[in-house]
Design a protein around this ligand. Structure first.
Ligand SMILES: [Zn+2]
Length: 236
């Protein structure tokens, strides 16, 4: 095989692995994304439920205070009954008692109703708090895993880049500049096999004469369609 072809194949191998590792480092893996999404969703649900719980608990405490005041007023009004002097006064006290009793009853009913909702919210808040803590721990674990994987990948990347610089240094500058131009234009792939007269980069047939030349392996050739460098193996 032509020396330049061997050099470019070696370079391409390194570029493939570098691209693979760079993609891996830049991506959020599924195992991390899943936990992160669930954590964010529980966190947001917790925030919503907590606001409702806090608001309802505050309303409940206000209602309890109002109800206690109304009960005190009711007691006070009941205390007036033995001292009424006439029918008119009696009627007036009864009327006042009616209003106060109604207020107290309504207040107690609302308190019961709200208490139920506050209890349910409290339970939900506690559940979500526990779930959030659990997911946070799991998320930290997955993040540590990702960071460890990235660190391994970065070590390998550093080594690969050194190897690549060495591999590049032995190739003619004019070939390297063509290789790089094609690689950047063609999705990181600059040298491909020609198989059954077809370029395996763009899957278009190469002219028969070019195919013969590539098979001879005496010079460097490029695909007329995608410009990738071509090489052939003995069984191509
Ligand atoms: Zn091609």
């Amino acid at each position: 095989m032509l020396q330049e072809v061997e050099q470019l194949i070696e370079l391409q191998k390194l570029d493939n692995r570098i691209a693979e590792l760079e993609t891996k480092v830049s991506q959020v893996p599924a195992f991390l994304k899943e936990v992160r999404d669930e954590f964010e969703s529980v966190k947001s649900e917790y925030a919503t439920v907590k606001v409702k719980y806090d608001t309802d608990a505050e309303t409940l405490s206000k209602l309890a205070k109002e109800c206690a005041e109304n009960k005190a007023l009711l007691d006070k009004a009941q205390g007036k009954l033995p001292n009424v002097k006439n029918n008119k006064e009696y009627e007036a006290v009864l009327k006042e008692l009616d209003v106060l009793k109604k207020n107290v009853n309504e207040g107690e009913y609302r308190i019961l109703e709200l208490q139920e909702s506050v209890n349910a919210s409290k339970q939900k808040v506690e559940e979500l708090e526990a779930k959030e803590a659990e997911l946070k721990a799991s998320l930290e674990e997955k993040e540590a895993q990702k960071s460890e994987e990235d660190s391994e990948a970065n070590t390998e990347l550093t080594e690969l880049k050194t190897k690549r610089a060495e591999a590049q240094s032995v190739v003619k500058k004019s070939i390297i500049s063509k290789y790089e131009r094609v690689r950047h234009a063609r999705n990181n792939l600059a040298i491909v096999r020609v198989h059954e007269e077809t370029c395996t980069g763009c899957y278009i047939k190469v002219p028969p004469q070019l195919y013969v030349e590539v098979k001879k392996g005496k010079a460097l050739h490029q695909c007329p369609n995608c410009q990738r460098f071509l090489y052939a193996l003995s069984d191509d």
